[in-house]
Structure formats: C-alpha cells, structure tokens
Design a protein around this ligand. Structure first.
Ligand code: ADP
Length: 254
C-alpha cells in the first residue's frame, strides 16, 4: 500500500442475498485530501461506507486504513484507529443540550480506559481537558451560542454542525461524511464545506464525503469517485469527472 494513501479499498465485493451491492471496488483516499464518493441512489455508496467503517464484512477484498488491515475489524476498533463517521441524519441525544452532546461524544470514546477513570485525579484532569476541548470545538464550528440549548430545539443545519463537532471530539485522522450538507440552505452548506476545507488545510485531515449536491461539493473536493451499480465507473478531479461522458449519462439517465 502506498504511504500516500490513508485509506485503500482493494477489490471489495459485498452481496446481500442475490444483490451485488459492491462489485470489485478499488479506490483510495490520499492523505490530507477531501475525496468525494458520488453516484445515483442505490449505487452502493452507503454499503461502501459500512464496509469501511466495519459495519459489514466484505465477501471479498481488503480495506486498509493508516497502514492497518481493517477488513472485518469491529467498528469501535476502527474508530479507535482514528476513522470517524458522521451520519446524514445526525445522531444525538435529544434530551441533552448541545454542549452535553458534544461532551458525551468524547466520553463515549471507546479508547477511554475504565481503569484510568477510577483514578480520581487523572479522571478530573481529563474531564477538564474534554470540557475545554468541547468549548473550543463549538467555537470553531460557531455553535457556542447554542451550547445550552436542548438539541431537540435547534435547526436542522445546526444539528449538522453539532454532529460534526461530535465527530471531531476524538481527534480523528479521517472523517467519513455522509451528506454533510443535506437539508441545509446553500449559505450554510458552503460554510460547512469551508469548515471541512479548513480541517484539511490546518490539520491535514483526510475525508471521504458522500454528497448529492454536486454544485457545492465540486467547489471544494480534490478528487471524485463515481459509483454506478456497485462499481467505480469513473474517477478524477471534479473538472475531469463533470466532463466525463459516462458520468453525464449516468446522471441524465437517473
Ligand atoms: P446508495 O448509498 O448509493 O444509495 P446503497 O449502498 O444503499 O446505495 O445500496 C446499494 C444496493 O445494495 C442497493 O441495491 C440496495 O438495495 C442494496 N442494499 C443495501 N443495503 C442492503 C441490505 N442491508 N440488505 C439488502 N440489500 C441492501
């Protein structure tokens, strides 16, 4: 595996009964890039995310992350290696405030050892560190002003930002982002992508992004993979992909 790639998917196949959801998928994400995964509904994007994140074991093929063979590894172990996933529909505790939701994302960190938490002084210091980090992360995402609001009482766009903040609490090396701009207005969608670009430029973070809003997506990503019927049918820069007749046909025929 080339050192250049933080994520590498090699000849992955995944079937559900008679349905071939992923058929010999070969792709990768270069370190420090924003890479997109696009394709019509049912083309296999979510299944590929699930295989990468450890939810599904592929029937064939390999997945490598940051030098580790993570094929078939349980999700919490993959998370622990620094690969974090965010969901299209934000997953948070509705009865908690935004701040508590961001805080618990760190507390739920499977990397936190129980033994350590028993030692009170270390525990206290760690708690303070986590609290400061939650505040810094909320500041960065410009959601500090809603920190005390119940997460059930914030807008859909704000929920997307809280979901991102939760994802960042474990200091991931790479984010798997499932439609980070779904259902938000264009201004906020651009803000979200600018923030992701900031993470790439300032922290060298790598990202694989599923997003249907290609007009916005293509302004920000470095590289694009196009899926169709379980296969990668095209790849390249946003310019190359948008001029590719195969891609144009897939989208016109949708
Ligand atoms: P996308 O995310 O691009 O919309 P999916 O990965 O969700 O595509 O789906 C790819 C194909 O696999 C579809 O034909 C879908 O019906 C099928 N599929 C996905 N998950 C399952 C499952 N758990 N059981 C059966 N079929 C599935």
């Amino acid at each position: 595996m080339s050192e250049d790639y933080i994520l590498k998917v090699e000849h992955v196949r995944k079937t559900f009964g008679g349905i071939v959801a992923l058929d010999d998928v070969v792709m990768g994400v270069r370190r420090g890039t924003m890479t997109a995964l696009i394709g019509p509904n049912g083309s296999g994007k979510t299944t590929l995310f699930n295989v990468i994140a450890g939810v599904y074991k592929p029937d064939r093929g390999k997945v490598y992350f940051d030098g580790h063979d993570i094929t078939g590894m349980p999700p919490e172990k993959i998370y622990h290696l620094g690969l974090v996933r965010t969901f299209q529909i934000p997953r948070m505790f509705k009865g908690m405030t935004v701040y508590e939701n961001v805080l618990t994302a760190a507390r739920n960190n499977p990397g936190e050892s129980y033994a350590k938490s028993l030692i009170r002084s270390i525990w206290k210091r760690a708690e303070l560190g986590i609290a400061n980090k939650a505040v810094d992360t909320m500041k960065l995402l410009k959601i500090l002003h809603i920190a005390k609001n119940l997460s059930s009482a914030i807008s859909g766009g704000q929920m997307k930002l809280v979901e991102l903040a939760r994802g960042l609490m474990s200091d991931p090396k790479m984010l798997l982002l499932d439609e980070p701009a779904a259902g938000v207005n264009p201004t906020l969608a651009h803000e979200i992508f600018k923030f992701l670009r900031h993470l790439r430029d300032e922290r060298g973070m790598s990202m694989l992004i599923i997003e249907h809003r290609l007009d916005i997506l293509f302004d920000y990503v470095d590289y694009v993979y196009v899926m169709h019927r379980g296969r990668i049918v095209a790849e390249g820069t946003p310019e190359e992909v948008s001029e590719n007749p195969v891609v144009v046909e897939i989208y016109l025929g949708e």
